[in-house]
Design a protein around this ligand. Structure first.
Ligand code: SAM
Length: 463
């Protein structure tokens, strides 16, 4: 097999990236945008020692689960991976991926629940973050085409309640349209990454409750004609705050911390699982409100049921879950490495009236969790641990600290089934897997969030 070959393949399984997998010439061939059971004609794009990658030229025999994508530019855009797959089948693929990862890492079958969601399969994103570019003399927004820095402009709107990108809802589109009108009438130019010149970089907006936090990110110090933009946004009839983020660095990082409020409040109020949070444009928040709330509620419920009154919330972000957990505990410790997030968490803790029972620790979990766990164990305190790491999973030192301090329960929230499975294999001999529940936090994409409850083996015999 060589690059450029045209082959007819039968797709025999689904890969971890939502793609189809075939075999040819003793090689595994990964083919995005097709499904198990399909026959496809492909062009080979890349050949490695053990695997190859190919793209579909034509679907010769379609699966019964193939559907027409809602988004007219789905096949070009590269933002979602699964719009061509019937939703129920998307869920089945995600569940099978979690099962396969656990099987591979643990060497045995583990019961995995059906993938849970809140039924909102389009328009679920509470945040839009899009690069701006000029096409035909006009400022437009879109996403970078997969693995490139070339912007694919959004297509026409296909549903009244949704934006031009069907992942977010109409209100966000109204904000974006108002901004684009302003940018074009003001004659603003767009940033060119290669030349590191030009002004407008990104349009970022987040829905918080029923208000919008709109941030214009630009390579400059001042937003021209601010009043004009404010008027355009007011004309949408929606409540909003406007921020200007000056990002003059040659970097892929979208927002700098040089941000100022142009109009409205510096922080917007959000109610999350009974916790009243103040959200600033730079705070990390999960992007799907409904599913986030389901996961937080399930984690809090598990903590309440395990009956242990001290909890370590590792990888705690801006502290929302930490304060949700404080409802069912007497002592909660958040550990987070980003200083600003910890400052947000401190403020949130104070405003929730939890200062006497929540402590937000700024530091690396690899260092802070072992020290804290050993202190709690030394004091003879029963405690539980919640782990919510980034995609790369937990540092080995965190897992070793769990094995040496043996908390009663571990709740693992993961956005990457492969690293989740790897980490569970480390804890396996000492913990029972009580439940594995995947959640569809990101419908239409390959991503899946998973909540795992672990209970220390022979819990009643210890201590
Ligand atoms: C998936 S987010 C979870 C945040 C939070 N639990 C939530 O639900 O909003 C992972 C968090 O871990 C933090 N983080 C990454 N590496 C870390 C480390 N080594 N030690 C502590 N925190 C870390 C990130 O800054 C991020 O806030």
């Amino acid at each position: 097999m060589k690059k450029g070959d045209i082959l007819d393949l039968e797709i025999t399984s689904a890969g971890m990236e939502g793609e189809g997998v075939a075999r040819a010439d003793g090689m595994v061939v990964f083919v995005p945008l097709c499904m198990q059971g399909e026959k496809v004609r492909v062009t080979v794009k890349e050949v490695n020692k053990k695997f190859a990658r190919a793209t579909v030229i034509k679907v010769l025999e379609a699966s019964k689960d193939r559907i027409a994508p809602l988004c007219p530019i789905f096949y070009r855009c590269g933002c979602c991976d699964m719009q061509h797959i019937a939703y129920e089948k998307q869920l089945a693929i995600k569940k099978a991926n979690v099962e396969a990862c656990l099987y591979k890492a643990l060497g045995r079958r583990v019961d995995v629940g059906d993938v849970l969601g809140d039924g909102k399969i389009f328009g679920y994103r509470n945040k839009i973050q899009v690069p701006l570019t000029r096409v035909g003399g006009k400022v437009v927004a879109g996403y970078f085409r997969g693995n490139t820095h070339k912007v694919v402009p959004f297509g026409e709107k296909v549903r009244e309640d949704l934006g031009a990108c069907v992942m977010y809802e109409r209100g966000m589109q109204d904000m974006l349209d108002a901004f684009l009108k302003y940018a074009n009438e003001a004659g603003l130019d767009c940033y060119d990454e290669e030349k590191h010149s030009g002004f407008l970089r990104h349009f970022v907006a987040r829905r918080v409750g029923d208000k919008y936090a709109v941030t214009i990110v630009a390579n400059g110090k001042k937003l021209p004609l601010e009043k004009k933009l404010i008027k355009e946004l007011i004309d949408t009839g929606m409540e909003f705050s406007l921020y200007f983020d000056s990002n003059t660095k040659k970097t892929n990082v979208i927002m700098s911390d040089d941000i100022r409020t142009v109009y409205g409040e510096a922080r917007l109020d959000a109610e999350i699982c009974g916790v009243h949070a103040k959200v600033s444009p730079l705070s990390f928040m999960q992007i799907n409100d409904g599913v986030r709330d389901m996961i937080y509620a399930a984690a809090a419920d598990a903590i309440a049921k395990c009956g242990v009154r001290a909890v370590i919330d590792a990888y705690s972000g801006a502290g929302v879950l930490t304060n949700v957990l404080a409802k069912s505990a007497d002592e909660v410790y958040g550990i987070e490495i980003v200083k600003d997030a910890v400052a947000d968490a401190d403020e949130l803790t104070a405003s929730c009236g939890n200062a006497d029972k929540v402590r937000n620790i700024c530091g690396d979990c690899a260092k802070e969790l072992p020290a804290l766990a050993s202190r709690l164990r030394g004091e003879g305190k029963a405690f539980s641990v919640v782990l919510d790491p980034p995609r790369k999973g937990c540092d080995r030192k965190v897992l070793d600290a769990i094995l040496s301090s043996m908390p009663d329960a571990v709740i693992y929230i993961s956005c990457n089934p492969a690293t989740l499975a790897r980490d569970l294999a480390v804890l396996d001999g000492n913990y029972d897997i009580v439940s594995v529940d995947p959640y569809d936090m990101f419908p239409q994409t390959k991503h899946v969030e998973t909540l795992v409850l672990l209970s220390r083996k022979n819990r009643e015999k210890r201590d």
